[in-house]
Design a protein around this ligand. Structure first.
Ligand SMILES: [Zn+2]
Length: 371
């Protein structure tokens, strides 16, 4: 089967087998079932690719559902309220929060008390009456939410639910899709490091398919488009709590904006000279310059000068400007007035000095001025 996080193929031979263990945490056999109740062998594998520890076993039948006997303790309540409040300050007015696996929706009033519009999803919520769901709770599974809700939540919260899910990647990708660009994810999962360091292998349970360490949780978030902004080990080391944001992939977009600005500046420079009746040549036929020329108003350029012999008398792509040798400039009738020097690194100054030493006088300047 593929790794539940990175999809690397995992085989049963990669697994450590322990058991027999109870076949599910919520299984209490009736006397007539005793004969067939032999438990399960847990097949625990650590993905050699992403490091995720996971059960290769099938999920228990009720994995979409949160089953908890405990209601919120006052300490946990205070802790969560403080978090919700702290996060609240980073959002717009009336932020929208969604709890994934919200059971009977106990966290929703806490969220509302600090200004969120709070909703929860629970696959099979406990109901006080056959048709009555707790306020704000809908009867859904995360992966069944449609694209119409994508990008609409400021905060997603999920407490000790992810570890039950068969597909960590799909779960986190859906969280990513549901969040607004500036949205945040607050998540807790049990801490595998503590399970291992406390020699508690009996903590492995058929219900938990995913066993995160602080490191693999960060990996999981990174490969699903998140950046970790806060991580704490909580509940006497039993759990890991993280806050993550959608990673901004703005670097390329920013670079494109800068290129657009450079093209505008280059065109202005060309127009400035040609409007004065001057003929402009460009010095440099390197790939950067040729790319910039191809985006510019190259009809305002007379020719390209370059010292590389193998480029001489060839044509630049797209602009189809002719590439001429520097000796062209020795002819006072070459029809060039201005030379824009567009070579990288330390060369512009050298080229300008070379042009200025020619017997024919030209106006030479570097473009862009600080390359
Ligand atoms: Zn993996």
């Amino acid at each position: 089967m593929p790794c539940r996080l990175c999809r690397h193929p995992l085989g049963i031979s990669d697994a450590v087998h322990i058991g027999p263990f109870p076949k599910a945490a919520q299984y209490y056999p009736e006397p007539e079932e005793f004969v067939g109740d032999h438990g399960v062998m847990l097949e625990i594998a650590e993905c050699p690719c992403c490091g995720m520890t996971q059960l290769l076993n099938e999920p228990v039948s009720y994995y979409k559902q949160v089953i908890t006997a405990a209601s919120l303790s006052p300490a946990v309540r205070e802790q969560r309220l403080a978090h919700f409040k702290q996060l609240r300050d980073s959002f717009r007015e009336s932020p929208r929060a969604l709890e994934i696996g919200c059971a009977s929706g106990e966290n929703l009033p806490l969220l509302r008390s600090v200004g969120y519009i709070a909703h929860g999803i629970e696959f099979a919520p406990p109901r006080s009456a056959p048709t009555l769901l707790p306020e704000g709770v809908t009867n859904r599974y995360l992966l069944d939410i449609g694209p119409e809700e994508h990008g609409t939540y400021d905060l997603l919260i999920s407490f000790n639910y992810l570890e039950h899910q068969p597909d960590a990647r799909a779960f986190l990708q859906k969280c990513h899709a549901l969040l607004a660009d500036s949205g945040k994810l607050l998540l807790t999962v049990p801490n595998l490091d503590f399970l291992l360091s406390s020699q508690s292998a009996h903590e492995f349970v058929a219900d938990h398919l995913l066993y995160f360490t602080a490191e693999t949780l960060e990996t999981a978030l990174r490969i699903t488009g998140f950046t970790l902004t806060d991580r704490q080990i909580i509940n006497n080391q039993y759990d890991i709590q993280i806050i993550a944001e959608k990673r901004t992939s703005g670097a390329i977009a920013t670079s494109k904006t800068a290129l657009d600005a450079l093209v505008i500046r280059f065109n202005e420079t060309l127009r400035n000279f040609t409007e004065q009746g001057k003929k402009v040549a460009v010095w440099g036929a390197g790939h950067r310059t040729l790319a910039l020329l191809s985006l510019s108003e190259y009809h305002l350029i007379t020719c390209i000068i370059d010292s590389a012999k193998f480029k001489h008398y060839k044509f630049a792509p797209i602009s189809h400007l002719k590439i001429l040798p520097p000796e062209t400039l020795l002819d006072p009738a070459c029809g060039i007035d201005v030379i824009l020097v567009m070579v990288p690194g330390i060369y512009p100054k050298e080229v300008i000095a070379k042009i200025q030493s020619l017997p024919v006088s030209y106006h030479a300047e570097q473009f862009p001025p600080e390359m």
